[in-house]
Design a protein around this ligand. Sequence first.
Ligand code: ADP
Length: 542
Amino acid sequence: MLGLMQSQQLLISTLIDFADRHHGEAEVVSRRVEGDIHRSNYKQVAARSRQVANGLDRWNLGFGDRVATLAWNGYRHLELYFGISGSGRVVHTLNPRLHPDQIAWIVNHAEDQVLCFDLSFLPIVQAVHSRCRTVKRYIALCDENRLPADSGIPGLISYEAWIGAESSRYEWPDFEENCASSLCYTSGTTGNPKGVLYSHRSTVLHAMAGAFPDSLNLSARDSILPVVPMFHVNAWGIPYGAAMTGAKLVFPGPAMDGKSIYELLESEKVNFAAGVPTVWQMLLSHMQNANLRFSTLKRTVIGGSACPPAMMVAFNDVYGVEVLHAWGMTEMSPLGTVCSLKNKHLMQNAEDQRTVRLTQGRSIYGVDMKIVDDNGQELPWDGLAFGDLLVKGPWVCSEYFREEGSARLVDGWFNTGDVATIDADGYMHITDRSKDVIKSGGEWISSIDVENIAMAHPAVAMAACIGIKHPKWDERPIIAVMKKQGADVTREALLAFYDGKSAKWQIPDDVVFVDAIPLGGTGKMQKSKLREMLQDYRLPNT
Ligand code: ADP
């Protein structure tokens, strides 16, 4: 017997329709590539996303066809999110930080039909367009009078002229909620990038779970600044969650430096922001140097890589900002766990609470997880046993786009490639990425633990730990360190800094000072590049 409730498909168009009708005046503020601040709201975003949909219909773009974007966080990108997916096409967000050869490869693999780009990325498009075999239309996300003359890109038109010619009246089509809505390729440290193809249903459910109080806790009273890019995993689903709740959105555009972000946080009364540790490091450095305080920021979600304890202390104790540590991956839309406390933790002292907050948190409804040993046997949730972390749920990928059977599935569970512990309360702690763990004398050393200690040293801006081959111990850790500007520390002093903070055998064998630590397309440390950089390095006394 079926239930007798209306069956409405969970479509992305319902999110913008809702924001339009119920939160039409809620603001969408963007710093543009031009440098100015642009003000819009959900009513206008909704109207303009319907113009996008009409424009795509006029070109007879097929259902499920891919429309690529190469764009910063901004209102036009948001309009494309809703216009493309809402009309039944797939928005394919390209990561501009990838090498142009990789971008061309991805565009061809996805068979993108249209490519929309911010003018900052004109040089990339100029470099790749002749290789993009399937792209028939190029759209510059700018006003007509800013359209570059002689760009060399065939048929290039401006976004404003394109949608300006279209009506804002449009009836969103109704279709199966499992249809594809958006596509994002993982950077793929080995092999070719892999496409993760989200559906309307997965996106709406993920946004809903992301808005829960124990997840990101989004509401109509929030002013949210996602520093996390819309070009990578849909800015952690925040644009959808914001439309679902009527939260104000503040987009930083291309200006990710500490000063610009700080200015925007203050001028737009932002109370919630989301970013990866490397970006927050720039913000905190700026605040420390200029002796600034936040007047409205209350919460920030940090994820993408482990939040260094020193960063959590700075946010919480110095600036009064609550840090929500979160974990996920492209293949998970991305949210898997968020670290909010349970009632029992509220009785604990600050130090014990911090120990909990530094874990990656507990599952949000929808994502189940377990840890298993090398034989696939489930390990206990005792906070000690560590093993491969597997997940499943309606917003976890079941296979990669056009790579049948390629996903890392074990009996329906997706193998995340992370190694973790889970405690009795369900709090998961990432020990390491399985490929970054250092195996020393049969024991495992967490590269994250080694990095976190170095990051707590006042002279260290960034630190990355990698394993180096060792004749006796198999591998030994070393730490590559980028110093803070104007600060100094010696190798000996930094190694001495580990005393009492870590077991002797887990202390790195050496410190290598570097000018910069290579960062990947999403602002994470790229250890594969670092290993290449240090391929001729030899451990002392070997
Ligand atoms: P990419 O595929 O480009 O590496 P993802 O965002 O998909 O980017 O990366 C997912 C991985 O990032 C996870 O598997 C995990 O190793 C790491 N990660 C994400 N969040 C955290 C976190 N809070 N702590 C530690 N590692 C994290």
